[in-house]
Design a protein around this ligand. Structure first.
Ligand code: SAM
Length: 280
């Protein structure tokens, strides 16, 4: 069978199973089974698919039909050009989090010499690893409550040759981290507990600890706001990714004697998602 014929059938199966973006998912999986880049596959859909590749594809298509995130099946997710290894131990880094990382980079860029950043709730390590990759003199601490996630982040640091400038800390609170940092960046769990059961099966296959932010979703974010001043340098920034409207709520309660340069940034969908405040 040609790639085109296989893609048509696969797309119909994924659609029937309620999978979003069925064509994209089918293309990624077939390209992976063939050992091709997706765009190379799209450039010539008339290529024949050998039986071994068709078998590999069928196996991964079944996983996708069952609701597993594409990145878990492929084993990686692109994050601002870095290939970040992901599996069931960690949340799949989202496009919005690429925007969060860019905000942290904006804060670090004008600083001369060595700087220190904390990626709190590091998961796969995507944010901290990309910052370390982008700023060759930067030291990054990746803090995480989950030992399994921390192991994944460590593995990614090794694979990317960044272990030398990364520290890994297992902790459930900022009290476990010393500092001082030029920036604390975090994409904490921020979904209110009661919302979790209504999420798609795909999202629910990600670790609960990466999603559940407690009653109103702000448990970890509030802890960060409370303890960050003790771990930031003067002029250091706390930059958080939150759910729509949560950033505004958190910013409203800030102590003006401690924080300045309070800002909310919108994500690419126009939603007010990013909290930014600087320690006086
Ligand atoms: C939304 S995920 C973000 C993962 C990764 N930073 C990203 O953006 O893709 C939140 C992460 O915070 C971790 N986490 C949850 N509660 C925490 C806590 N109290 N202290 C430290 N890490 C925590 C979770 O294990 C998870 O890896």
């Amino acid at each position: 069978m040609t790639a085109a014929a296989i893609l048509t059938k696969a797309c119909a199966r994924l659609t029937a199973n309620g999978v979003e973006e069925p064509d994209l998912n089918a293309q990624w999986l077939l390209a992976d089974a063939l050992g091709l880049e997706r765009l190379n596959l799209l450039a010539d859909r008339s290529i024949p698919v050998p039986p071994a590749a068709a078998k590999r594809f069928e196996k991964t298509l079944k996983l996708k039909e069952s609701g597993l995130p594409l990145a878990y099946i492929l084993g990686w997710q692109n994050f601002r050009g870095l290939r970040i290894g992901v599996d069931e131990r960690v949340l799949v880094p989202r496009p919005e989090t690429e925007e969060l990382a860019a905000l942290a980079a904006d804060h670090l860029r004008p600083l001369s010499g060595r700087a220190a950043a904390l990626d709190y709730g590091a998961g796969s390590g995507a944010i901290g690893l990309w910052l370390a990759h982008t700023f060759p003199a930067l030291t990054v601490t990746a803090a995480e409550i989950s030992a399994k996630a921390l192991a994944c982040a460590r593995g990614n640091a090794r694979a990317l040759g960044l272990s030398g400038r990364m520290n890994f800390i297992k902790t459930a609170s900022l009290t476990g981290v010393k500092g001082p940092f030029d920036v604390i960046v975090s994409n904490p769990p921020y979904i209110p507990s009661a919302v979790i059961p209504g999420l798609s099966p795909e999202v629910q296959s990600e670790p609960l600890v990466a999603l559940d932010g407690g009653g109103d979703g702000l448990d970890v974010a509030r802890m960060l706001v409370k303890l960050a001043p003790g771990r930031l340098k003067k002029g250091g920034a706390l930059i958080l990714e939150l759910g729509a409207d949560q950033a505004k709520e958190l910013l409203a309660g800030l102590d003006a004697a401690v924080w300045t340069d309070k800002k909310i940034f919108k994500d690419l969908n126009g939603l007010e998602r990013f909290f930014h405040a600087v320690k006086r």
